[in-house]
Design a protein around this ligand. Structure first.
Ligand code: GLC
Length: 526
């Protein structure tokens, strides 16, 4: 039997570069800020970083609108800063993975600019999805697709004579035109991009919208949908022609062919597909190495919902014969402390769920700030930056609230994040007790809990692929991992007795050896 590959049990730290640490005092985090805090990441014990996009971008969607896929934006310190980070991270045995955005480019990408200039029917326009409009004057969009960010998925451009011209497709913002993956130039260019970064020492990619890219040839209308909520990203219906088209698998196979030339690198796909058989297709041996499974993100804090999410994720992974993956939050969803009710209750639940997640077999993704127990932030209208806010006609506030910069030290904003008082999103009052400085010496802090849990996880030789469910009262959850570790969660409202066994870690106090609500514990048996 071959040894498991590093990614199959790694703890990935998702790092939102704008919000981690600012080294040059412009109020926006950057890559030298990351390098300066590698000791922090090392003491947290993570195996790898996933950097949200750092490529050259006008930053309409904060880097998910890429204007040059083979260069680092000066805002983040340029290519030299990435090289410094990769080298310094390697020295402390942390791998660096990057975000890759193959579904669309920025409208500032030279290809899109050329497409605008070249006009209908040109090879330049064939790199994107340009179509004539419907209706007598072509005034109506070519189909009824909606953008994930709100509004129509089509924008009309001007013809050379200044009159209204063709429409182009964008499943996200109008500044993110979708690429036409039927055009072989697109795959050839992506191969260049993959090799470019892998040759620089990048250990793999998180692939954005990995269930997108391929479009049905005739771009058929989608079924009418009820108004989408701000968690629209989390929905995916099997009959939605915008996503999960069969052609996407050939694209993943091409990507895998390149990755196979770099055997220590891995891909993890953002796959918002909830049918397990469909999801598993992305993880066939010649496609992605890992696929994000978002069931824990969607689970309420009840024993039933959490168990169902875990069972389902394990079943999907088993079907795919691929390591399971776990994530409680990311840069697109409300932070779990707030999802679970905010305040002391939200925090206790989030800490308990962290122990559940870190007990499980497979790869784990920790979103920066999760280890500090940060809540979502209610931001005033005038600072909102997520394109969702504008595109939804100010009905959806968007994702800025989970992207506020990390607090490092001190009692007032910007809490050591930046030398600038004005950070790209304002940091709230009252975060003094949540700073890294305040938490790192407190053994009861959320940061200490994550450090200890990750340390114990690293020491576990066998994580395996499965868990054994143990019988419990209805509001409890208990599973035993392949190495014997038992994780117990009290998702109910009364304090319960602990079973026999040695408690090696608990997410909160266990007064009198009993377990209060919203607490989890790890137990071992000699
Ligand atoms: C993914 C990213 C999200 C981004 C979108 C468009 O869902 O996670 O942040 O806005 O793709 O690229």
């Amino acid at each position: 039997m071959t040894a498991p590959r590093w990614w199959s049990r790694a703890v990935f730290y998702q790092l939102y570069p704008r919000s981690f640490a600012d080294s040059d005092g412009d109020g926006v985090g950057d890559l030298d800020g990351v390098t300066a805090h590698l000791d922090y990441l090392r003491s947290l014990g993570v195996d790898a970083l996933w950097l949200n996009p750092v490529m050259v971008s006008p930053m309409v969607d904060h880097g998910y609108d890429v204007a040059d896929p083979r260069d680092v934006d000066p805002l983040f310190g340029g290519m030299a800063a990435l090289d410094r980070l990769i080298a310094a991270a390697r020295a402390v045995d942390i791998k660096v993975t990057m975000d890759l955005v193959p579904n669309h480019t920025s409208s500032a990408h030279p290809w899109f600019q050329a497409a605008l200039a070249a006009g209908p029917g040109s090879p330049e326009r064939a790199r994107y999805h340009f179509r004539d409009g419907r209706g007598p004057n072509g005034d109506l969009p070519p189909n009824n697709w909606t953008s994930v960010f709100g509004g129509p998925a089509w924008t009309r451009v001007s013809a050379a004579d200044g009159r209204p011209g063709q429409w182009y497709l964008h499943l996200f913002d109008a500044a993110q035109p979708d690429l036409n993956w039927d055009n072989p130039e697109i795959a050839a260019d992506l191969e260049r991009t993959l090799r470019f970064w892998l040759d620089r020492g990048v250990a793999g990619f998180r692939i954005d919208v990995a269930h997108g890219m391929a479009k049905p040839a005739d771009l058929p209308d989608m079924a009418d949908r009820a108004a989408e909520s701000d968690t629209a990203m989390l929905t995916s219906e099997s009959n939605d022609p915008r996503f999960n088209n069969d052609g996407v698998h050939a694209i993943h196979r091409d990507i895998r062919t390149v990755l196979d030339d770099y055997p220590d690198a891995a891909t993890v796909g953002e796959v918002w597909v909830f049918d397990n058989a469909d999801f598993a297709k992305y993880l066939r041996p010649d496609e992605l190495h890992l696929g994000f499974n978002f069931r824990l993100v969607r689970a309420d804090f009840t024993a039933h919902a959490v168990r169902e999410a875990i069972e389902n994720s394990l079943a999907a992974a088993e079907l795919a014969d691929s390591p399971p993956t776990w994530t409680l939050s990311n840069h697109d969803v409300e932070r779990e402390v707030s999802r679970y009710g905010d305040g002391a209750q939200g925090l206790s639940r989030a800490r308990a769920m962290a122990l559940v997640m870190l007990a499980l077999p497979g790869a784990v993704f920790v979103y920066n700030g999760e280890e500090l127990g940060l809540p979502n932030v209610d931001l005033p209208d005038d600072v909102l930056q997520d394109p969702v806010w504008e595109r939804s006609g100010h009905t959806e506030r968007g994702r800025d609230g989970c992207r506020v910069p990390l607090p490092w030290s001190g009692d007032t904003a910007p809490y050591g994040f930046s030398a600038a008082a004005d950070t790209w999103l304002p940091m709230p009052a009252g975060w003094g007790p949540l700073t890294v400085d305040a938490q790192c010496t407190d053994p009861e802090s959320t940061l200490s809990l994550f450090r200890r849990a990750i340390e114990l996880r690293r020491g576990r030789t066998v994580l395996g692929r499965s868990v054994r469910w143990l019988p419990t009262a209805p509001d409890l959850l208990a599973f035993q991992c392949e190495d014997g570790l038992v994780c117990l969660l009290n998702a109910g409202s009364t304090t319960v007795d602990l079973p026999a066994g040695q408690v090696v870690l608990a997410s909160g106090p266990l007064p009198g050896g009993r377990m209060p609500p919203a607490t989890a514990a790890w137990l071992t048996y000699d």
